[in-house]
Each structure stands twice: as C-alpha cells, then as structure tokens.
Design a protein around this ligand. Structure first.
Ligand code: IPE
Ligand code: IPE
Ligand code: MG
Ligand code: MG
Length: 340
C-alpha cells in the first residue's frame, strides 16, 4: 500500500501496530487489485479507477485489527470483501446522491454516467460475495477441515449479507426522507445506523470466529460507525473539498437532511422554512454557512466524540488482548479526528 497516500489516523494505527498490520493490509490491497483488475474490460477500468483513487481503507483495517495478528487468510479475504462492498455502495451512493466528487476525483457517475456507475457498483458487489465463497483447494482430502471451512464461509456470507441489506435499506430510507426539512434526529440516527454503522459492526466481527468478545466488538463497531457518519455529515458542511475529496453541500443539494441542519434548526428557526428543492450550488454554500453560524457543528462533533468514548469504554472490559484494545482505541479516536 502507498502509505504516503494514507491520511494520518490510519497511518497512526499502522505505526502503532508494528509490522503485522501493514503487511496484512498490503495483502488486502493486492487482493483488491487482483479482484478488481480481473475484469479487463471498460467496466473493470471504472472499478479500478475507484480503487486507485485511494480511500482510507478503514473498514478492512478494522477487520484485520479485530481478527488479530494470528488470523487465517480468510480474514484477509473478509477484509477485501468488506472494502469491495464499501466501494460498491460508494459508486451506487454517488448515483443516488448525484455527487460530482469522490476521493478527490470525479465520481464514476459524473465521469461515465448513471448506467455505467450502476453496473460498476453491481460488479463490485458481486465480487465481494465471490471473495467469501472461495474454498481452500488443499482441504479437499480432509473432510472435517473442509466442513469447518465451509461453515466459516457461510458465517461470513451471512454477516456481509446482513450488512449489505441494511445499507440498501438505509439508502432507501434516505430517499424516502429526501427534502423533508422537518426530519427529526431519531429518524436521522436510525438511517445512519443502517447505511453506515452496520458495515462497521460487520467489519469488527467478520474476520473472527464467534466467541465471547463478539457482541461487544459488534457494539464497538456500531458506535464508531455512527460517530463516523456524524463526522462525515459535519465535513459535508465544512469542506473544504481539497481536504475531504468531496464537494461541499452535496447533502443539501440532494435534499439529504443531516444532524448539523436538524440541530441548527433548533437555534435558528428560520432554517425550518428553507426549500431544499430550490437550492443551487451557491445557495447550498450559503446554507452551509448559516448552519455553521449556529454552533450546531460543534454540537455534532461533541456527539460523535461521546460515541467514540462510549465505544472505547465498551472494549475496556472486553475479553480481547491489551494490544488489540489499544489499537481499537486509536482507530476510534481517528474516526472523529479527521478531515477526509
Ligand atoms: C464514506 O466512507 C461513506 C460514508 C459512510 C460516510 P469513507 O470516508 O470511509 O470513504 P473512503 O473509503 O475513505 O473514500
Ligand atoms: C454514506 O452516506 C453513504 C454510504 C454508506 C454508501 P453519504 O452519502 O454521506 O456518504 P458520502 O458523503 O457520499 O461519502
Ligand atoms: Mg453520498
Ligand atoms: Mg456524506
């Protein structure tokens, strides 16, 4: 992996982990390149561009961290599968959100159009599940080991399928609620749980065998996932695009009401009268400034930080080893201390 391209929080975790994590992350990166590059046609090129544009690789890192240094190759494949689902949903999300920029580059949607972006997302989604269905050929002779391998594969497919269903539901809920300026915080949080937190939750358990730590790691994942989306929604208001790699005000232009606006509305009642359908790019920028002026962004950041603290508290008593606990703490802090 090109570590100079990795933003600070991820770099910090990699450094704190010693050699094993960068080595495993490099394996994931190699696997992703193989999987995405194996198409060889134009669709494959679009998918490869999405891969090469970078990204924080936060979810595969969580898979590996939670699985630990001794995990089998199945954890590497699970990490690749989770990132492929993430990439697929970003490509589709940019169609749904009509987003111009992703990872500092034009989205597949804006560069190649809705049809191709739909197909690229489908390709990545299918490849993700194929990644988990790979059997180990060397186990053919050993029926018991082959059975255990099959059971592990089925468990991973079920976990990833659940997370993917949640994600799709979250996007549907977001469409249903689009342009509703009166949306409340509870509905907003339910949506974030589905569209973002569930995949983080999955990432924390999919690389491991089910054991006593599973439940608490799942909760840890859900909390930092929610914090992650809260911060993402702050960054949509603050920008700047040079740092976030995404256009400022994309959510507002798309009618997506997020917590910064919901809480800003409590301070400045006139924000409740805004017609989001009438916004143009300049209007969205101005609305971002009005939201920021209410102090709502600090409140949302504090909420995100509170969730990160709760997440760290959860793993404090979990039956995981001390080094793992510390690294999970570094990831959790990184979720709220970031600009992209
Ligand atoms: C973006 O996720 C989508 C959200 C859930 C907010 P990331 O910010 O992790 O995207 P990349 O992979 O780093 O580009
Ligand atoms: C998260 O929401 C999208 C997914 C979970 C796919 P956003 O729509 O806010 O994500 P960005 O800002 O486009 O990355
Ligand atoms: Mg989006
Ligand atoms: Mg966003």
């Amino acid at each position: 992996m090109n570590r100079t391209a990795v933003p600070p929080p991820v770099t910090m975790v990699m450094e704190a982990a010693g050699t094993w994590l960068p080595r495993r992350m490099a394996d994931v990166e190699k696997r992703l390149a193989e999987v995405v590059g194996s198409g060889g046609n134009r669709l494959g090129e679009d998918a490869a561009a999405t891969l090469e544009a970078g990204g924080k690789r936060l979810r595969p890192m969580l898979v590996l961290l939670c699985a630990g240094p001794e995990a089998s190759e199945r954890a590497t494949r699970a990490a690749a599968a989770v990132e492929l689902i993430h990439m697929a949903t970003l490509v589709h999300d940019d169609v749904l959100d009509a987003a111009p920029l992703r990872r500092g580059r034009p989205t597949v949607f804006s560069a190649s159009g809705r049809e191709r972006a739909t197909a690229v997302g489908d390709l990545l989604l299918s490849r993700a599940f194929a990644e988990l269905a790979v059997a180990s050929p060397d186990l053919d002779e050993d029926a018991a080991a082959a059975g255990a391998e099959r059971a592990a594969s089925e468990r991973q497919v079920a976990l990833l399928a659940d997370a993917s269903v949640s994600l799709a539901m979250g996007e549907l809920v977001q469409r249903r609620d689009a342009f509703d300026i009166g949306l409340d915080a509870e509905r907003y949080l339910d949506r974030c749980l589905l569209k973002t937190a569930r995949l983080f939750e999955c990432a924390c358990v999919i690389g491991r065998a089910a054991d006593a730590a599973e439940e608490v790691l799942a909760q840890f994942g859900a909390e930092i996932g929610l914090a992650f989306q809260l911060l993402d929604d702050v960054l949509d208001v603050t920008g700047p695009p040079e740092r976030t790699g995404k256009a400022r005000g994309t959510d507002l232009l798309d009618g997506t009401v997020t917590l910064p606006l919901i809480w800003a509305r409590e301070e400045d009642r006139s924000l409740g009268e805004v017609d989001l359908r009438a916004l143009d790019v300049a209007g969205a920028e101005a609305l971002c400034d009005r939201i920021a002026a209410t102090g709502a962004l600090e409140r949302v950041r504090a909420e995100a930080r509170g969730r990160v603290e709760r997440a760290k508290g959860l793993v404090a008593d979990a039956p995981v080893d001390a080094a793992q606990r510390e690294l999970l703490g570094v990831v959790a802090d990184g979720v709220v201390e970031r600009y992209s």
